[in-house]
Ligand binder design. Sequence first.
Ligand code: MG
Length: 371
Amino acid sequence: MIQLKSITLHRLQMDLNSPFTTSFGTVKHKDFFLIEVEDQKGNLGYGESVAFTIPWYTEETTETVLHIMSDFLIPRLSGKEFSHPDEIGILFNSIKRNNMAKAAVEGAIWDLYAKRKQLTLSEALGGTRDKVAVGISLGMEENITNLLNKIDEYEYKEYNRVKVKVSRDKDISVLKEIRRHFPNIPLMVDANSAYTLDDIDHLKRFDEFDLMMIEQPLADDDIFEHATLQKEITTPICLDESIHSFTDVNLAVELGSCRIINIKSGRVGGLSNAKLIHDYCADNGIDVWVGGMLDAGVGRAHNIALASLTNFTLPGDIGSSAHYWKKDIIVPEVNVVGGQISISEQVGIGYEIDWKAVERYRIDKQTFNLK
Ligand code: MG
């Protein structure tokens, strides 16, 4: 049985190499927690919180994650014994939603569990791949030339697909230019809820660009209207912000709201739920891929392990460390070679923490001793 001795929250602030712009705003830096769990035997595990400082992706923020972890989740682990990380969700069950806070703690426990079992996190999750295919997600640019240059760069680096962010004033004209220069690249768009059903005729025009999918075209709290839209367009819809739980996935699949789901462990409350959703989608013919949250190294390592599960048939938003950060918090850094990331053979998340880097970025540290 596993019993935790302490949990340490390292709060880090890291500047992105370049600002990332979507239809809801621009992110310049990440302010998040590196979660360190230690068991009674001195084994360690690491997780990362994914929430932003502003609640524009979901309702959670860095501050709400801190509040929920320190006041509710961490106390619930005090004196508790468990044999598998799947049991953590049950311990957290009386706390509603706050999925990113739950996932941050649960992720660290998955790493600890895998290390105790002398397994890679991929093996512990039931992963079957030794390499995962990745795509790149590009934010909006001031001008089209910058965007075309970036696509050119990532096509050269053999990323398996390019995702561009779209909004009402930056969509059809941008896609026309991209297709004029890159008629054959695997291309998808992410609208981050920029449209409504009133835009249905406009959205039909996306079909002419041979897109792999359109991600989250309608409201973040909608599943029903996406089903109406999917019947009207041939481009597959992928849901992102609408999916917080297994129930949401179940509803989306039954209604025909999407053909693809972007799974982010932070958004669905952890790796155990992510795996459950993955398995259900596999049984129901829904393709899945692993989304990104401008993660630092530890979150990225979790995403890589998750992407090694069989039904992650589409490339994930998991770029190299160097794409996002001057210096990541893990060694070695995540490296993309020929559009793929190899699964590390080291146990747990497969990467060591670079404590020098952590100290450089750390603005606060708090340790909770569990009795
Ligand atoms: Mg998205």
